[in-house]
Design a protein around this ligand. Structure first.
Ligand code: HEC
Length: 143
């Protein structure tokens, strides 16, 4: 009897531990489910973005945005019409002297840090440095 009681207490303790563990697990599971939901919603948002950028962006598929996308969302305001003397989209006369002087890496660095009226990162707050480079490559394409 004594033994049995003791076993019973141990068993209860054990059960309690298991129950606690299960509660913790189920809370975790709920969190996981939430995360899973968010993950499931997220890619859809990206598909939309990718859809908008479908033009010639076959390799993209959820990775970094294309240079054309970045250009159209962040750079076109100035580089489209050459506002404040910004070198214009795919106009060799505007870009060539800069490329001759600094090369792609040099103008990339200036785009990241800003130069004169050119704001750092071209005002694209959520652009990676590589995306800035893609946008530049798009702007100097064919030059
Ligand atoms: C507010 C207007 C504005 C926006 C927006 C803007 N630029 Fe510029 N950008 C300029 C101006 C003005 C210059 C010329 C600066 C100079 O050389 O005096 C320039 C120059 C540049 C240069 C040449 C730098 C060099 O070393 O000659 C690059 C590259 C560049 N911009 C990239 C970008 C990219 C990429 C974006 C978008 C992510 C962008 N810019 C958005 C105004 C802008």
């Amino acid at each position: 009897m004594q033994d049995c009681l003791e076993t019973d207490v141990k068993l209860k303790t054990w059960l309690c531990v298991v129950a606690t563990a299960l509660t913790v697990l189920s809370v975790n599971a709920q969190e996981d489910k939430n995360k899973e939901l968010i993950e499931r919603i997220k890619p859809e948002g990206q598909v939309h973005v990718a859809g908008q950028s479908a033009s010639g962006d076959a390799a993209g598929g959820g990775g970094p945005r294309s240079g054309e996308d970045i250009y159209n969302s962040a750079c076109v305001a100035c580089h489209g019409a050459g506002v404040l003397g910004a070198p214009k989209l795919q106009v060799a006369a505007d870009w060539q002297p800069r490329l001759d002087e600094r090369g792609l890496d040099g103008i990339w660095e200036n785009a990241i840090n800003g130069i004169n009226a050119m704001p750092p990162m071209g005002t694209c707050g959520n652009c990676s440095e590589d995306e800035i480079k893609s946008a530049i490559e798009y702007m100097i394409e064919g030059i």
